[in-house]
Structure formats: C-alpha cells, structure tokens
Design a protein around this ligand. Structure first.
Ligand code: HT7
Ligand code: ZN
Length: 876
C-alpha cells in the first residue's frame, strides 16, 4: 500500500461546488449519473488534468458541458479517472455515468444492501465506490440527489438535507429528490432506500425552527426506537444549552441497519446506525446497551457541528472531529447521568483500550503523521485520547475560557475544512495563552509516566511534591520532549478535610491544578500544619500513568476519604491491582495468593456505605479485570495465573462478606416497572455484581439460576446468564438457561449476540471448541460484523485464558478466521486482528505461538491492504 504523509498535503487544482446525483436503483445493476460543476482554482494552468478517485467502478459514459468525451480525452480504470481534454473556461459541467452492484458489495463501504435495504457508508473513502470524485474531505459541494427505485422494494427513499419532491414513475417505480444546502465533503453523503418502519417526532430549536425527526427501523421494531428518539431530543437540547449549537435543516433522519462496520455514521441530516445503537427495550437491552445508545445518538448528532459544519482538511486531522465529538458526548452523558460514575467508566475504557495501543506496536500520535490505510486509524487513540486532550484544554483554560475558545472556533471556521492548528489557535486567542508545548499531545505517541515523591517538613510546615515525567519511544519516535501535564490535586488533612495551602513555589499552580512542564520539577506548598495525604490526578485530569511513592496506608486513607470519587476509585484500584499482581507472582511460584484482611475489609466497607451511589459501589466491587491486571504487569504474562489470582481475591471477599452481601442483594431487588435511568441502573449493577460474589461464596448456581428465570429485564437476565456460564459452565443450570435464552430470543440476532459472547468468554481452554461449534449455529455468519464481533471479537479480546491457550491452538484458529473474513470485509478483519497487538507482553511460550500465527497471516496470499498494514505493524 501507498504511504500517505501529512507533510505532503496540497490543495486540489479543481473544486466541485455543486453535485447532482441521480440513482437508478437496482439490486445488481445500479446506474449513477453524477453531474458535477467543476471549478478550476485560480492560478491553475489549463494543462493540469482533472484526476478523480474511484474504487471498483465501471464507467458507462462521460461528457463535458453536454458533449461526450472522445476516448483520447481521458483514461479510466476502476480506481481512477484522469481527464486531460478539459475546456478552457474555468467552470464547466462534467457528467459521469457509472454502474455499480450493491448486492455484491460485502465490504459495506459505498452503496450496499443490508437485509434488502439499500444504504451507503462513505467515510472515509467509500464515495469513490459510487462515482468518480475528488473523494477527500477538503472538497465541499452542495448536493442535490434524485433516487429512483421500485415502489414495492423501496417505499422509503432518503438522502441528505431537506426533501424537495416525490412522485410516481409508472406502476412500480417512484422517485424522491433531496437537496442539502450545506456544502459538505463526499464522506458525509448518504442514501437509504428500502421498506422500513418508522417513528416520528419533532423538535423546535431555540430560535423557533421546527425540525421533523424520524427513526427508521426494520418493520415491527418501531417501539424499540423510542429510547433513541428520546436521547436524540435530549441531545439537541443539550447542544443548544452547553455549546450554543442549533440544528440547521428541516428534517433529521436516523436509519438503523443490521450490517454495519462501526457504531454509526453522522451523514448530514441522515445518520445511519448499526441497529445495536438504536434498538432497545427492557426485554432485549441491558443498561449498558441503553447507555451506549444514548452516547452514540448524541455523538452522531453532535457531529453536525463538530465534523459537518466544520469538517477536517484531511484524514490526518481525524481527531479534530472525533476527539472533540467524543469529549462532547462524554459531557452530555455526564450531565444526563452521574458525572463521577461516568468519568470512572471513561477512565476504565481509556485504560483498557487506549493504553495498550499506546504501549504496543500500533502506537501512533493522536494526529498521525502517516498512514497506509486510513480505515485503520479509527482508533482509541484518535477517539478516546483525542477526547482527553480536549478535556485537558478545558482543565487548563477553565470552563469559561474554554467555551469562549469553542465559540471562536465555530465562528472562524464554520463552513470550512479545518486543522488541529486552527483548533488550538482559537483557544490561544480566546484565552490569550500560548499552547505550543501543550500541542505536543497531538504529536507525540505513548502514555507519559509520572514518577512522584513527597516530602513533608514539619519544622518548615512545607509539603513538597517532586515530579519526573518520562515517555518511552514509540514506532518512528525515539526522542520525546517533555509535555504540559495538568495535574488536578488536593491535599487532605488527617481529619479528612481539604487543606488549602498558603502558597505554592517552584511550579505554576492555578486553583487546584499543578502545571507540569519540565522533565523534573518540584512544587513546594507552604503553611501546611500537618502532614497531608496528597490526591493527585483527580478526575483523571491527564492520560498518564502515575508511579507514586505513596505508602499503602495513604492509599487506604484516600480510598476511604478522598473527596473526589474518581480519586477514591483510583486509590482502591491501585491497592487491589497491587494485591492481584502479588497473587499472580505467588501462583506462578506454585503458591496460593496471600490475601490481607485490610483490603477485603475495605471493599466490604465501601459496598456497605449507603451514603454512596450504588453505581459507584458497583464500580468499587468489580475487581480489575484479567486484562487490566495483565496491562499493569506489562510483561511475561501468564493468563492462567492472572485468573487464579483474581478468582482467589473474589473468593476471599465473597466468603468474608457473604452475609451482608446477601442482605444487600435482597434489599436491592427491583420493585415496580423497569426504568433505564441511571439510578435504577446503578442499583442493578450493584446487585448483579453481588450475585457473582454470592454465587462464588455459595459454590453453586442456584441463586443465579433463580435470578435468570425470575428476571423481567435483560440486564438482570444477562448478568445471571454470565454467572451461570462463566462460573458454572458445565452445570445443568447453565445449559438450561442457555437453552431458555435461545428458545426465547432465537429469532432476534441482535439479542442472540449476547448469547454468543457469553459463551465465547467462558474462562478456560474449552472455550475454543465452543466457539468453533457456535460458528456453525444457524444464526451465525462471519459476513455480519455484529455476529463476528460477538463471537470472534469477544473470544479474542475478552477471554484471556481461552484465547491465550498455552498450546497456541486458539491463535491458529483466529488466524484462519481472520483470513476468511478478509476475503469479504477487510475493514472488519483488520480491526479484529488488533486483538493480537499485545502479543509481546505474553510469557515466552505463548508469545512464540502468537508470533507464528501472525507470521502465517503476513505470509498469506491476497491480503487486503487493511490487514497487511495491521499485521506488518504488529510484527514490527
Ligand atoms: N465518523 C464515523 C466513522 C465511521 C466509519 C469509518 C470508517 C468505516 C466505516 C465507518 N462507519 C462510521 C463514526 C463516528 O465516529 O461517529
Ligand atoms: Zn464520531
């Protein structure tokens, strides 16, 4: 594959201010007539050819200003159209007719069919699979789209913008015309045509524009879209209140499809969603499904301003829209739910997905400088770390100046394709600050580590904190510069109260933020009457790791008393992780883990504390997962020892607190009708975590089986099924619950994904055979991304012991499966393959098996550029 580099960016010679598309839809032979108004840029010589992108296209005809082009005037291949015979005038009309086959399109990029519904996915480079175009985000065009299709197969005809006209074309065909007045890049184009049910509603913006809202789903599933509609209206209101951003068309449509490579897509006025992020009711969706729907609906809606009104100059700037929009959806969910609980969930996700990316062979900057396959850069680093960088800007500026900077960014760049430099400049100008060192967060890959030590001087009444920051080499970046790290902090006195220092010397401190800028720095607080316990990185104010010298007693103190819930959770997690890692070492040495009473008591104390939010208590009760422990260990991982250590701590906590846990489990029982609100979800989360512990303490599946059969909602049912399959996998109770689930939900593939994942993640070597059997299940298909992710993805990413079998069998199976998927859907194959990115941190035997499996992929014939890129970088 070709290497694309940021420094090679050049504007195009030609622009396409207007685009008219006519689709004559047919399952195998769709004809697309594109009429483009082409504008030669000032200063460009007329000898410069017009070179358009294509991908697997078949050209039917070509004309300029109404006259067909002679064969010598152009050169067409399936992936490129070069026109040399161009008129002298700087503005002309180009008509291109192409023929495409939506049914044969299994990559799910461009125009394809999902369960008989025509739909499109154009980001990043899918539009070139529809027609030849300047398929890059800095070419903005005003689109008018006419769709012609069979009335019976496609009664619903949708595209971007506002509806203009509909009409009949004889007994079986009809048409619709859409016009989008907002210039947009081709990646935001969308078309949907099919037979779909819908729900509708409306929203009136604060300036009085009435917007018609609709969500289209498979017939019969309309009621399951009501929560998504509610989330949409809340998102529209929130963007007005929090960012002053209003919606700008007369309609906003969402369509749910069942074959989709990612979560959803923000096409202007016509968002297309993976049905997983639309459909929910108590019967079929868990609380985490509801939270996911709320977040993704909001995310795509917020793109209307951050992504669509202001788009990206090029794909290197992807974080400009994605990091910022993730930050916005995080803030939305924090406002709709519990801020602290939401923040802890974000930190867990960042550490689980982005930290391993940053320490492994696929590490790249938030703004990459080069890529071979852009589809492989829709990563946790661009999205999640990109959001953390925006959060740090707000921490440094404070909320008012941050908002001022955002307003300035919108004002300056509305209607443009912008860069990270534009974004940073808006904050510099709004705040009167210089952010060039801060901008390194976009350039330097890797997670900085802060080593911290403390010194209290009782005689001087000073408390000093010494920082040392370091950042390891990452692919292509050996030497790193020190970064600007905002560290939110608090000093806590022995009575649990916050101490306000008289002054701080040595480093810049603004309010409760220490600004670390150099490799080594010390801050000295004065007027500190008693030795304080420092709480650092409150709210997880920067995406860094912290190696602090804090004594164990201080961590226990923080886990009990930190006024910041994120700080409390961080302290507890640090204690638990330390204990679990010590346990792993003992297991590997053939000994049983040692479990101290203090930590067991601490967990019990927090769980019993009725003054705390149940959702927070649930987070504290859920021990770090096997992959969290492995990540913190860093090298020489034996997943079987990790599991043994974790299970030993679960058991010790369970046995010690069996009685109060059982009472709390009973007290938390659901009363009344199911509601997906955050408080109810928090109670369910705590109760379901208790179910796991109690089942371990009791040593039998009765409680989980009883809960499974008594549940009136999917959260409780899925949790009980998880305990049955993971803790009592071979039991009759587990088999009975699996059979009951299949009997009840066997007609609904989306719900059955939970059944597939649940079994794929059963710990231990036997899971591989289960996964192989399930691949033959009638509902399973490797072609459908949700199915493949539910079974193969869950097995490879969420079953540490099953996937990392010591005999390497699971890696070999995985490799063969990836190669099969790659023949149809390279994007999906490449993404699943990243499950092997941390192979170097395994113990030597597994590491060698993993390397051999990766080499098998690397040496296979006919690899897609997507998989080739991932495998080559992973083997590095
Ligand atoms: N902006 C969207 C990204 C996306 C995508 C990218 C590549 C291939 C398929 C895709 N589907 C959606 C989604 C988002 O971040 O909002
Ligand atoms: Zn996005």
């Amino acid at each position: 594959g070709q290497l694309f580099r940021l420094e090679d960016y050049r504007p195009t010679d030609y622009l396409i201010p207007e685009t008219e598309l006519v689709f004559d839809l047919h399952p195998e032979r769709t004809i697309v007539r594109a009429t483009l108004v082409v504008q030669r840029r000032e200063g460009v010589d007329i000898s410069q050819p017009l070179i358009l992108d294509g991908d697997e296209l078949k050209l039917v005809s070509l004309s300029i200003n109404g006259a067909p082009l002679g064969e010598n005037g152009y050169q067409a291949t399936p992936d490129r159209l070069e026109i040399t015979d161009l008129p002298e005038e700087n503005r002309f009309t180009l008509e291109i007719v192409t023929e495409i086959n939506p049914t044969a399109n299994r990559q799910l990029m461009g125009l394809y069919r999902s369960s008989g519904v025509y739909c499109t996915q154009c980001e990043a480079e899918g539009f070139r699979r529809i027609t030849y175009f300047l398929d890059r985000p800095d070419v903005l065009s005003v689109y008018t789209v006419r769709i012609e299709a069979s009335k019976q197969q496609a009664p619903v005809l949708l595209s971007n913008g506002n509806p203009v006209e509909t009409g009949d074309l004889g007994p079986d065909r009809h048409f619709a015309v859409w016009h989008d007045p907002h210039p947009k890049p081709s990646y935001l184009f969308a078309l949907v045509a099919g037979s779909l049910g819908s729900i509708s509603d409306s929203f009136t913006t604060r300036s009085g524009r009435k917007v018609d809202l609709a969500i289209y789903v498979e017939h019969g599933k309309e009621a399951r879209a009501l929560y998504a509609m509610d989330a949409l209206k809340r998102s529209m209101k929130w963007d007005e209140d929090a960012f002053g951003r209003e919606y700008d068309l007369d309609v906003f449509n969402i369509v749910a499809v069942s074959d989709f490579n990612m979560g959803a897509m923000e096409n202007k006025g016509l968002n297309v969603f993976n049905d997983k992020y639309v459909l929910a009711d108590a019967e079929t969706a868990t609380d985490s499904d509801y939270a996911g729907i709320e977040a993704v609906i909001a995310h795509e809606y917020f793109h209307n301003w951050t992504g669509n009104r202001i788009t990206c100059r090029d794909w290197f700037q992807l974080c400009l829209k994605e990091g910022l929009t993730v930050f916005r959806d995080h803030e939305f969910s924090a406002d709709q739910r519990s801020r602290a609980v939401k923040r802890i969930a974000e930190v867990k996700t960042l550490k689980a997905h982005q930290f391993p990316e940053d320490t492994g062979p696929l590490a790249h900057p938030v703004r990459p400088r080069q890529y071979r396959e852009i589809n492989n850069f829709y990563t946790a680093t661009v999205y999640e770390k990109g959001s953390e960088v925006v959060r740090m800007i707000r921490t440094i500026l404070g909320p008012e100046l941050f908002r001022k900077g955002m307003d300035l960014y919108f004002e300056r760049h509305d209607g443009e394709a912008a860069t990270i430099e534009d974004f940073i400049k808006a904050f510099e100008d709004a705040a009167g600050l210089e952010l060039s060192q801060f901008a390194l967060w976009y350039e330097q890959a890797g997670t900085p580590n802060l080593s911290v030590s403390f010194d209290y001087d009782a005689a001087e009444k000073t408390f000093a904190i010494e920082f040392e920051q370091s950042l390891k080499a990452t692919p292509g970046q050996n030497r790193k510069k020190p970064m600007h790290v905002p560290i939110e902090f608090g000093l806590i006195g022995p009575d649990g109260r916050e101490i306000v220092p008289v002054s701080a010397d040595g480093m810049e401190v603004t309010g409760n933020v220490i600004h670390l800028r150099q490799r080594n720095e010390t801050v000295r607080f004065t007027g500190i009457e008693e030795r304080p316990v420092p709480s650092l990185l409150r709210g997880f104010s920067a995406p860094v790791t912290l190696a602090s010298e804090l004594p164990r007693e201080d961590l226990i103190f923080l886990a009990r008393h930190d006024g910041d819930p994120v700080g409390r959770w961080q302290a507890l997690t640090k204690l638990l992780t330390g204990k679990l890692i010590a346990g792993v070492k003992r297991v590997r040495g053939g000994k049983a883990p040692l479990i101290g009473v203090d930590i067991v008591g601490l967990v019990g104390e927090i769980v019993a504390d009725e003054t705390l939010d149940p959702a927070f208590r649930a987070l504290c009760l859920t021990l770090p997962g096997e992959s969290d422990i492995a990540r913190e260990m860093g090298s020489n991982i034996d997943p079987d020892a990790v599991l043994a250590s974790r299970d030993a701590l679960v058991k010790a906590i369970a046995v010690a607190h069996a009685k109060p846990f059982a009472m709390l489990y009973d007290a938390l029982v659901n009363r009344g009708v199911f509601s997906p609100d955050a408080a109810s979800a928090g109670r369910r989360a705590l109760r379901n975590s208790l179910l796991d512990y109690l089942s371990v303490a009791e040593g039998n599946p009765s409680r989980a089986a009883a809960q499974y059969h008594a549940s009136d909602n999917m959260t409780d049912r899925a949790a009980a099924l998880g305990v049955l399959v993971h803790r009592f996998g071979g039991s009759e109770s587990a088999a009975a619950a699996l059979a009951a689930f299949e009997a009840r939900f066997g007609g609904d593939p989306l719900v059955m994904d939970k059944w597939f994942s649940g079994q794929a993640t059963r710990p231990g070597a036997a899971a591989l055979d289960t996964v192989k059997d399930l691949m033959r299940h009638k509902l399973f298909s490797l072609d459908n991304p949700n199915r493949a992710r539910a079974l193969i993805g869950a097995f490879a990413t969420a079953n540490q012991t099953g996937f990392n079998r010591a005999d390497g069998e699971a890696y070999r199976f995985f490799t063969e499966t990836i190669l099969k998927i790659d023949r149809e859907n390279p994007q999906l194959a490449a993404r699943l393959l990243t499950a092997l990115r941390s192979w170097r941190s395994l113990e030597p035997v597994r590491r060698e098996h993993a390397r051999a499996a990766l080499a098998l992929i690397a040496n296979a014939d006919k690899l897609s550029t997507d998989v080739k890129d991932i495998v080559e970088r992973t083997l590095g």
